[in-house]
Design a protein around this ligand. Structure first.
Ligand code: IPD
Ligand code: CA
Ligand code: CA
Length: 260
Protein backbone atom coordinates (compact mmCIF):
# COMPACT_ATOMS: atom_id res chain seq x y z
CA UNK A 1 0.00 0.00 0.00
CA UNK A 2 1.22 3.51 -0.80
CA UNK A 3 2.44 5.34 2.35
CA UNK A 4 0.15 8.32 1.63
CA UNK A 5 -2.87 6.03 1.49
CA UNK A 6 -1.78 4.48 4.76
CA UNK A 7 -1.68 7.87 6.45
CA UNK A 8 -5.04 8.82 4.92
CA UNK A 9 -6.58 5.64 6.38
CA UNK A 10 -5.15 6.31 9.86
CA UNK A 11 -6.44 9.88 9.72
CA UNK A 12 -9.92 8.79 8.57
CA UNK A 13 -10.19 6.19 11.34
CA UNK A 14 -9.08 8.74 13.94
CA UNK A 15 -11.71 11.20 12.72
CA UNK A 16 -14.25 8.37 12.76
CA UNK A 17 -13.52 7.84 16.48
CA UNK A 18 -14.26 11.52 17.19
CA UNK A 19 -17.52 11.25 15.23
CA UNK A 20 -18.77 8.10 16.98
CA UNK A 21 -17.63 9.27 20.45
CA UNK A 22 -20.08 12.17 20.37
CA UNK A 23 -22.97 10.56 18.56
CA UNK A 24 -25.01 9.83 21.68
CA UNK A 25 -24.45 13.37 22.94
CA UNK A 26 -25.32 15.05 19.68
CA UNK A 27 -28.35 16.80 21.24
CA UNK A 28 -25.96 18.80 23.43
CA UNK A 29 -23.74 19.87 20.54
CA UNK A 30 -23.75 23.51 19.62
CA UNK A 31 -24.72 23.81 15.96
CA UNK A 32 -23.43 26.79 14.00
CA UNK A 33 -24.84 27.80 10.62
CA UNK A 34 -22.05 28.63 8.11
CA UNK A 35 -24.66 29.43 5.48
CA UNK A 36 -28.35 28.61 4.98
CA UNK A 37 -28.75 24.96 6.09
CA UNK A 38 -24.94 24.61 6.02
CA UNK A 39 -24.23 23.36 9.52
CA UNK A 40 -21.09 22.75 11.55
CA UNK A 41 -20.45 21.38 15.02
CA UNK A 42 -17.33 20.99 17.12
CA UNK A 43 -17.33 17.35 15.99
CA UNK A 44 -16.65 18.49 12.41
CA UNK A 45 -13.93 20.82 13.70
CA UNK A 46 -12.30 18.31 16.07
CA UNK A 47 -12.37 15.59 13.44
CA UNK A 48 -10.62 17.91 10.98
CA UNK A 49 -7.97 18.84 13.58
CA UNK A 50 -7.22 15.16 14.22
CA UNK A 51 -6.85 14.52 10.48
CA UNK A 52 -4.56 17.51 9.97
CA UNK A 53 -2.46 16.51 12.99
CA UNK A 54 -1.76 13.09 11.49
CA UNK A 55 -0.98 14.51 8.04
CA UNK A 56 1.28 17.23 9.45
CA UNK A 57 3.33 14.72 11.45
CA UNK A 58 3.92 12.57 8.37
CA UNK A 59 4.08 15.22 5.64
CA UNK A 60 4.67 18.72 7.05
CA UNK A 61 5.53 20.06 3.57
CA UNK A 62 2.19 19.16 1.91
CA UNK A 63 -0.71 21.53 1.23
CA UNK A 64 -4.04 20.90 2.95
CA UNK A 65 -7.53 21.98 1.94
CA UNK A 66 -9.93 21.34 4.80
CA UNK A 67 -13.62 22.21 4.79
CA UNK A 68 -13.45 23.66 8.29
CA UNK A 69 -10.01 25.30 8.30
CA UNK A 70 -9.51 26.32 4.68
CA UNK A 71 -6.36 26.16 2.60
CA UNK A 72 -2.94 25.66 4.22
CA UNK A 73 -0.37 26.28 1.54
CA UNK A 74 2.56 23.91 1.10
CA UNK A 75 4.00 22.02 -1.86
CA UNK A 76 2.19 20.53 -4.89
CA UNK A 77 0.66 17.61 -3.01
CA UNK A 78 -2.71 18.62 -1.55
CA UNK A 79 -4.85 16.76 0.97
CA UNK A 80 -8.55 17.50 0.46
CA UNK A 81 -10.53 16.86 3.61
CA UNK A 82 -14.18 16.66 4.51
CA UNK A 83 -14.01 15.56 8.15
CA UNK A 84 -17.73 14.80 8.32
CA UNK A 85 -19.74 14.60 5.13
CA UNK A 86 -23.41 14.47 6.08
CA UNK A 87 -23.43 16.83 9.07
CA UNK A 88 -27.19 17.37 8.70
CA UNK A 89 -27.72 13.61 9.10
CA UNK A 90 -25.31 13.45 12.03
CA UNK A 91 -27.12 16.19 13.91
CA UNK A 92 -30.43 14.39 13.41
CA UNK A 93 -28.98 10.99 14.27
CA UNK A 94 -29.75 9.74 10.76
CA UNK A 95 -27.08 7.07 10.23
CA UNK A 96 -25.53 8.19 6.96
CA UNK A 97 -22.28 10.16 7.07
CA UNK A 98 -18.61 9.65 6.32
CA UNK A 99 -15.08 10.98 6.48
CA UNK A 100 -13.65 11.85 3.07
CA UNK A 101 -9.96 12.35 2.35
CA UNK A 102 -8.51 12.78 -1.14
CA UNK A 103 -4.90 13.41 -2.08
CA UNK A 104 -3.92 15.09 -5.31
CA UNK A 105 -0.56 15.86 -6.90
CA UNK A 106 -0.90 19.06 -8.91
CA UNK A 107 -4.34 18.53 -10.51
CA UNK A 108 -4.31 14.73 -10.49
CA UNK A 109 -6.21 12.79 -7.85
CA UNK A 110 -3.85 10.12 -6.52
CA UNK A 111 -5.36 8.58 -3.38
CA UNK A 112 -8.78 8.35 -1.81
CA UNK A 113 -10.39 7.25 1.43
CA UNK A 114 -14.07 7.37 2.33
CA UNK A 115 -14.77 5.94 5.77
CA UNK A 116 -18.20 5.25 7.25
CA UNK A 117 -17.58 5.25 11.01
CA UNK A 118 -20.84 3.46 11.87
CA UNK A 119 -20.52 0.46 9.56
CA UNK A 120 -16.72 0.83 9.61
CA UNK A 121 -16.77 0.38 5.85
CA UNK A 122 -13.50 1.67 4.46
CA UNK A 123 -13.35 2.57 0.76
CA UNK A 124 -9.86 3.15 -0.61
CA UNK A 125 -8.20 3.79 -3.96
CA UNK A 126 -4.87 4.78 -5.43
CA UNK A 127 -4.65 5.90 -9.05
CA UNK A 128 -3.90 2.94 -11.31
CA UNK A 129 -4.32 0.36 -8.54
CA UNK A 130 -8.09 -0.09 -8.41
CA UNK A 131 -10.54 0.55 -5.60
CA UNK A 132 -11.27 -1.51 -2.50
CA UNK A 133 -13.94 -1.84 0.15
CA UNK A 134 -12.44 -3.23 3.36
CA UNK A 135 -9.40 -4.41 1.37
CA UNK A 136 -11.45 -6.29 -1.22
CA UNK A 137 -11.46 -5.11 -4.82
CA UNK A 138 -14.65 -3.34 -5.89
CA UNK A 139 -16.13 -2.60 -9.31
CA UNK A 140 -19.08 -0.49 -10.35
CA UNK A 141 -22.26 -2.46 -11.03
CA UNK A 142 -22.95 -4.20 -14.33
CA UNK A 143 -26.08 -2.10 -14.94
CA UNK A 144 -26.50 -1.36 -18.64
CA UNK A 145 -28.96 1.50 -18.42
CA UNK A 146 -31.20 3.55 -16.15
CA UNK A 147 -34.01 1.01 -16.30
CA UNK A 148 -33.93 -1.03 -13.11
CA UNK A 149 -31.13 1.06 -11.63
CA UNK A 150 -30.80 2.50 -8.11
CA UNK A 151 -29.60 6.08 -8.33
CA UNK A 152 -28.29 8.51 -5.69
CA UNK A 153 -28.57 12.26 -5.62
CA UNK A 154 -27.81 15.34 -3.53
CA UNK A 155 -29.35 18.76 -3.89
CA UNK A 156 -27.37 21.84 -2.86
CA UNK A 157 -28.15 23.58 0.43
CA UNK A 158 -27.81 27.08 -0.92
CA UNK A 159 -29.98 29.05 -3.39
CA UNK A 160 -32.69 26.40 -3.28
CA UNK A 161 -35.37 28.58 -4.85
CA UNK A 162 -33.07 29.34 -7.80
CA UNK A 163 -32.35 25.69 -8.65
CA UNK A 164 -35.34 23.80 -7.36
CA UNK A 165 -37.47 23.67 -10.52
CA UNK A 166 -34.65 22.35 -12.70
CA UNK A 167 -33.65 19.85 -10.03
CA UNK A 168 -37.12 18.41 -9.73
CA UNK A 169 -37.50 18.18 -13.51
CA UNK A 170 -34.33 16.09 -13.66
CA UNK A 171 -35.44 14.11 -10.62
CA UNK A 172 -38.82 13.37 -12.25
CA UNK A 173 -37.29 12.17 -15.51
CA UNK A 174 -34.71 10.00 -13.75
CA UNK A 175 -37.25 8.60 -11.31
CA UNK A 176 -39.67 7.78 -14.13
CA UNK A 177 -37.16 5.43 -15.73
CA UNK A 178 -35.03 4.02 -12.91
CA UNK A 179 -36.03 1.63 -10.09
CA UNK A 180 -35.67 4.29 -7.38
CA UNK A 181 -33.68 7.31 -6.24
CA UNK A 182 -31.90 7.51 -2.87
CA UNK A 183 -30.76 10.67 -1.15
CA UNK A 184 -28.20 9.56 1.43
CA UNK A 185 -27.35 13.12 2.47
CA UNK A 186 -23.67 12.42 1.92
CA UNK A 187 -22.15 13.05 -1.49
CA UNK A 188 -19.03 11.11 -0.47
CA UNK A 189 -21.12 8.04 0.39
CA UNK A 190 -23.13 8.33 -2.83
CA UNK A 191 -19.90 8.16 -4.84
CA UNK A 192 -18.48 5.35 -2.69
CA UNK A 193 -21.74 3.44 -3.22
CA UNK A 194 -21.43 3.90 -6.98
CA UNK A 195 -17.84 2.62 -6.80
CA UNK A 196 -18.95 -0.47 -4.91
CA UNK A 197 -22.03 -1.17 -7.04
CA UNK A 198 -24.48 -0.39 -4.23
CA UNK A 199 -25.78 2.40 -6.43
CA UNK A 200 -25.65 2.27 -10.23
CA UNK A 201 -25.12 5.99 -10.61
CA UNK A 202 -25.60 9.37 -8.99
CA UNK A 203 -25.83 13.04 -9.82
CA UNK A 204 -25.03 15.90 -7.48
CA UNK A 205 -24.92 19.64 -7.77
CA UNK A 206 -23.54 22.53 -5.75
CA UNK A 207 -20.75 20.42 -4.26
CA UNK A 208 -17.37 21.55 -3.03
CA UNK A 209 -14.07 19.88 -3.84
CA UNK A 210 -13.91 18.19 -0.42
CA UNK A 211 -17.33 16.55 -0.92
CA UNK A 212 -16.20 14.63 -3.98
CA UNK A 213 -12.39 14.45 -4.39
CA UNK A 214 -12.07 11.03 -2.78
CA UNK A 215 -15.32 9.70 -4.24
CA UNK A 216 -14.34 10.63 -7.78
CA UNK A 217 -11.15 8.56 -7.64
CA UNK A 218 -13.05 5.65 -6.07
CA UNK A 219 -15.55 5.60 -8.96
CA UNK A 220 -12.87 5.91 -11.63
CA UNK A 221 -10.70 3.20 -10.12
CA UNK A 222 -13.77 0.97 -9.85
CA UNK A 223 -14.26 1.30 -13.62
CA UNK A 224 -16.99 3.94 -13.53
CA UNK A 225 -17.51 7.13 -15.49
CA UNK A 226 -17.48 10.63 -14.02
CA UNK A 227 -18.18 14.00 -15.64
CA UNK A 228 -19.68 17.39 -14.97
CA UNK A 229 -23.05 18.41 -16.44
CA UNK A 230 -21.37 19.47 -19.71
CA UNK A 231 -19.78 16.05 -20.06
CA UNK A 232 -16.38 17.59 -19.20
CA UNK A 233 -14.04 17.10 -16.28
CA UNK A 234 -14.40 20.37 -14.38
CA UNK A 235 -16.60 18.90 -11.63
CA UNK A 236 -14.09 19.67 -8.86
CA UNK A 237 -14.37 23.36 -9.68
CA UNK A 238 -17.97 23.77 -10.90
CA UNK A 239 -19.46 21.45 -8.25
CA UNK A 240 -21.75 19.50 -10.59
CA UNK A 241 -21.08 15.81 -11.04
CA UNK A 242 -22.61 12.76 -12.73
CA UNK A 243 -21.17 9.31 -12.03
CA UNK A 244 -22.07 5.74 -12.83
CA UNK A 245 -21.52 2.76 -15.05
CA UNK A 246 -20.81 3.80 -18.63
CA UNK A 247 -24.43 3.45 -19.77
CA UNK A 248 -26.01 4.82 -16.60
CA UNK A 249 -23.68 7.82 -16.65
CA UNK A 250 -24.59 8.45 -20.30
CA UNK A 251 -28.35 8.28 -19.69
CA UNK A 252 -28.18 10.47 -16.57
CA UNK A 253 -26.11 13.05 -18.42
CA UNK A 254 -28.60 13.10 -21.31
CA UNK A 255 -31.51 13.83 -18.95
CA UNK A 256 -29.56 16.52 -17.09
CA UNK A 257 -28.58 18.21 -20.37
CA UNK A 258 -32.19 18.25 -21.56
CA UNK A 259 -32.95 20.55 -18.61
CA UNK A 260 -29.87 22.81 -18.74
C1 IPD B 1 -23.04 18.04 2.25
C2 IPD B 1 -23.42 16.66 1.79
C3 IPD B 1 -24.72 16.69 1.03
C4 IPD B 1 -24.66 17.67 -0.14
C5 IPD B 1 -24.23 19.04 0.33
C6 IPD B 1 -22.90 18.97 1.08
P1 IPD B 1 -21.65 18.44 4.54
O1 IPD B 1 -21.81 18.03 2.95
O2 IPD B 1 -22.43 16.09 0.98
O3 IPD B 1 -25.02 15.41 0.51
O4 IPD B 1 -25.94 17.77 -0.70
O5 IPD B 1 -24.09 19.90 -0.80
O6 IPD B 1 -22.55 20.25 1.52
O7 IPD B 1 -22.02 19.87 4.67
O8 IPD B 1 -22.52 17.54 5.31
O9 IPD B 1 -20.19 18.18 4.74
CA1 CA C 1 -19.48 17.69 2.63
CA1 CA D 1 -18.50 18.39 6.10
Amino acid sequence: MHPLLNIAISAARKAGKVITRYIEERDTLKVLEKGVNDLVTMVDQNAEHEIIDIIRKAYPEHSILGEETGFHEGDETTWIIDPLDGTMNYIHGFPSFAVSIGVKYKDQLEHAVVYDPLSQDLYTASRGSGAQLNDRRIRVSKRIGLEGSLIGSSFPYHERSKHIDKQFKVFKDVYTVCADVRRTGSAALNLAYVASGRLDGCWESGLKEWDMAAGVLLVKEAGGYVSDFQGGNHYLTNGNIVAGTRKVHGELLKIIQEHQ
